[in-house]
Design a protein around this ligand. Structure first.
Ligand code: KG4
Ligand code: ZN
Length: 341
């Protein structure tokens, strides 16, 4: 890697329903990280892609402006631009990518394309020092559940992933059945904190299979049936126990598979990433395990677990140092999963 003076990276993230711009320097110091969550989707109980793109178009310029103001910087102080190009909603991604390309061209500054999942994982570098390779990353978001072994920034292997719903998707779909405002994950987490996680024994999907793949669709169906048969709702006094038990089934499944992987590959550093990494129970079980087993577990603060542009800038710093730039043919793509661009 080149030895560099301090750089300011402008990160841009528009992959789903958050319009975000951030300025992060090459020491991983966050100068600003503006996240504007689109409220327009709430009444639909999920993200409406076309509305999301239109909101990004309205929001992107003022949000980049705000990020510069909050950082007390101007465009002249920006050394490079990092933008998420996949996976995500194609129309939403296109807004960020087109904006970033236009800005990079007009400023004559380099452009780094960032895979959104990679951004989630490297968000950990914004708040933690001492993250060493090899590490395993458990990525749990609204659209992805992946277990990945990293030997270096560029060298990784996907050990397993969900074969159907993502962990966050299961939280959100059960949230919808319960009439909880989208996204359901954070609210189920809150309800669960007052409940008994052993109240209902939900099935732990695929834990006996000798691989690292996940499946949450059966658990989701079992939970939805339980809600119907037992009349669980926000007024029912069993809602907290239901939430705690459902959350526990998701967390145990993620935990068991992840621990199998780190034991098999003798990994001492584990990174949690993605929106579901904000979940209190998930953080607690991995924190306790790490303490008892003398391994290091890292997870971002809750604000940096969910979608934000600082994480895109963080991954962009690594790309900059390795001269991994894009030209103006760069395009967004909706291909799922983690891969290098
Ligand atoms: O990473 P993210 O912001 O967006 C995607 O890339 O998908 O993740 C959003 C997901 C949603 O499914 C949301 O319900 C979930 O993260 N989430 C949580 C919590 N906070 C956010 N799930 C469980 N517990 C939480 N505290
Ligand atoms: Zn995300």
């Amino acid at each position: 890697m080149k030895n560099l003076r301090k750089l300011n990276i402008l990160g841009i993230e528009t992959s789903c329903d958050d319009t975000s711009a951030a300025i992060v320097d090459s020491d991983f110091h966050i100068h600003s990280n503006i996240v504007s969550s689109q409220s327009i989707h709430v009444k639909f109980g999920g993200v409406v892609p076309e509305l999301a793109s239109r909101e990004h178009i309205k929001g992107i310029l003022p949000i980049v402006d705000l990020a510069l103001k909050e950082a007390k910087l101007t465009l002249d102080d920006i050394n490079a631009i990092a933008v998420s190009v996949n996976p995500g909603l194609i129309g939403s991604l296109l807004v960020g990518v087109s904006f970033a390309k236009g800005l990079a061209y007009s400023l004559g500054k380099p452009l780094m394309p960032v895979n959104h999942i990679l951004g989630h994982i490297f968000a950990n570098f914004l708040e933690h020092t001492g993250i060493n390779y090899p590490f395993v990353a458990l990525v749990v978001s609204g659209g992805h559940t992946e277990l990945v072994k990293f030997l270096s920034f560029d060298d990784f292997k996907i050990l397993g992933k969900t074969i159907d719903d993502a962990a966050g998707e299961a939280f959100d779909k059960i949230g919808k059945v319960l009439n909880i405002t989208y996204p359901g994950g954070p609210e189920i987490d809150k309800l669960a904190s007052k409940g008994n996680k052993n109240y209902i024994s939900f099935p732990l999907p695929m834990i006996k299979r000798p691989n690292y793949d996940f499946s949450f669709s059966g658990l989701k169906t079992a939970a939805a049936l339980y809600i119907k048969e037992n009349n669980i709702n926000l007024e029912n006094d069993k809602i907290n126990d239901f939430a705690a038990s459902f959350q526990n089934a998701i967390v145990r499944t993620l935990f068991i598979k992840t621990v199998n992987a780190i034991q098999k590959y003798d990994i001492k550093n584990l990174l949690l990433a993605g929106g579901v990494a904000a979940n209190s129970e998930l953080r607690k079980v991995f924190h306790d395990y790490a303490k008892e087993n003398n391994i290091n577990v890292f997870y971002p603060s809750k604000e940096l677990c969910t979608d934000n542009a600082a994480m895109i800038a963080a991954a962009g710093i690594f790309k900059y140092k390795k001269n991994q730039f894009a030209d103006l043919n760069l395009n967004a793509s909706s291909i799922k999963g983690l891969y290098h661009l």
